[in-house]
Design a binder for this molecule. Structure first.
Ligand SMILES: *Cc1c(COP(=O)(O)O)cnc(C)c1O
Length: 435
């Protein structure tokens, strides 16, 4: 905290809220209620973001348009459905630091990972390997293994894992760069998260991309936990492709339509292998219904189907909400303060009873902190359930982490205060049980 000296009182948290220019944004969201009618302390925006009122409005408008216009809705109204995905492209590009022609909202995250690997994993000669991290989100791991198998490549020989060192949770760059140095000419693709979902570690996407490109390796990022959380510059970093979902920090509803980035240097290459569909075909001749595929020379060229307008409406409302807050730069500014405050409070109130495995350096973390209970005999999962019964919504990740994500759009500094207060009470209660 820069302006005031840190203290652990409720008044201090209230003062931080009073000084927070984004505090009014909370009113743009529906906050779930506890049984006693009070707002939940919601810290699970890393899993499912809360509902923006504008998203609800946009979906209802769309339902009305369908009810009133039928098929004419494709072409009529303020937001006709035919080009509906285009209404969110500019915002999506801004969020990931890309040009509009490099981004498209389509499909779901894992589906997009597959489509991108069809284009960017082309094993040939001795370059057949894919490098991921050992603790990758299971869906990503399954997708990669199945791509190897699809290309008749042995998983055993071709899947390289970047693993934290013995006794550590965080990924160490020296280990990655050593693998790139040693096996660089055998690696076809590196696929890593922008923010690691379990630890909250932010990876240095620019440096990784540079190192990989120097060895001729394609690089893709899964931004599920990065987009809407930290600032990104995919175009400038020269990343080859990226995919993300829109229901975590982008607050667009469970399973909502996902995002995909293809760098400009690739979008205009019609030779790039891809799985094609009619919505990726040149717009001016799409409805001639001919059989020769001519890809749109932008990220849209990877689209398969006509846009899922109901979930795109939620995305549109959600992006408008982020714009009202001033965009990702403003969100990140508050996020740095909010998470620093939460971390400071945990350290001050709980000392080493809780171990935070997320990096201490603010530049290497987003909003999320991953907590491990550090008391012998004390069951982290029981503690998690106890918190839940007290109105605190966090999430539990096996084997032993409670993830807490204060989200700058709707969380208050007071939420963090109450989290630590209740966590301390629950810890004391659990510790009494153990004794
Ligand atoms: C949330 C998340 C997913 C979920 O994939 P879906 O295809 O959206 O179900 C995949 N990978 C990562 C890294 C995630 O964080």
């Amino acid at each position: 905290m820069t302006t005031m000296t840190f203290d652990t009182s409720l008044e201090y948290a209230q003062q931080l809220d009073a000084n927070d220019p984004l505090a009014p944004m909370r009113e743009h969201f529906s906050i779930p209620k506890q049984a006693n009618g009070e707002d939940e302390y919601y810290f699970t925006g890393n899993s499912l973001g809360l509902q923006p009122k504008l998203a609800r409005e946009a979906v209802l408008e769309l339902l009305d348009a369908w009810q009133q216009r039928g098929v004419k809705g494709h072409f009529e109204g303020d937001y006709p459905w035919m080009p509906y995905h285009e209404f969110v492209t500019e915002h999506a590009a801004e969020l990931v630091g890309a040009k509009a022609e490099e981004v498209v909202m389509m499909n779901s995250l894992t589906a997009n990972l597959h489509l991108m690997m069809v284009s960017f994993y082309q094993p040939s000669g001795k370059r057949t390997k894919i490098l991921i991290e050992d603790h990758a989100f299971p869906s990503d791991h399954y997708a990669v293994e199945s791509q190897l198998k699809h290309h008749k490549q042995s998983v055993q020989e071709n899947l390289l894992l970047w693993t934290p060192r013995e006794g550590e949770e965080l990924l160490n760059y020296d280990d990655l760069f050593e693998m790139i140095d040693q096996h660089g000419d055998e690696i076809a693709l590196i696929l890593l998260p922008g923010v690691q979902y379990y630890t909250g570690q932010v990876l240095d996407m620019q440096r990784i991309t540079e190192k990989a490109h120097a060895k001729g390796i394609n690089v893709g990022f899964d931004l599920a936990h990065a987009v809407g959380n930290i600032e990104l510059a995919l175009h400038d970093w020269q990343v080859d492709f990226a995919c993300w979902c829109s229901y975590k920090y982008l607050n667009s509803g469970a399973g909502s339509v996902a995002g995909c980035f293809v760098h400009q240097k690739h979008t205009q290459n019609p030779e790039l292998n891809r799985f094609a569909g009619w919505w990726g075909h040149d717009k001016s001749t799409r409805f001639k219904m001919e059989n020769t595929f001519k890809p749109i020379p932008t990220a849209e060229g990877w689209q398969l189907s006509n846009p899922p307008v109901l979930s795109l409406a939620a995305v549109r409302g959600s992006y408008e909400t982020i714009s009202l807050a001033g965009g990702i730069g403003e969100l990140r500014k508050k996020s740095l303060l909010l998470t620093e405050y939460l971390l400071g409070l945990i350290k001050a109130e709980l000392g080493d009873r809780i171990r935070v495995i997320t990096p201490d350096d603010p530049a290497q973390r987003g909003c999320q902190l991953s907590l491990m209970v550090n008391e012998p005999g004390l069951n982290g999962k029981a503690l998690y359930s106890d918190l839940e019964s007290q109105g605190i919504t966090t999430d539990w990740r096996e084997p032993n982490v409670i993830r807490v994500a204060p989200v700058p759009l709707y969380n208050q500094f007071q939420d963090a205060y109450h989290f630590v207060r209740i966590l301390k009470a629950c810890l004391n209660k659990e510790a009494n049980h153990v004794r």
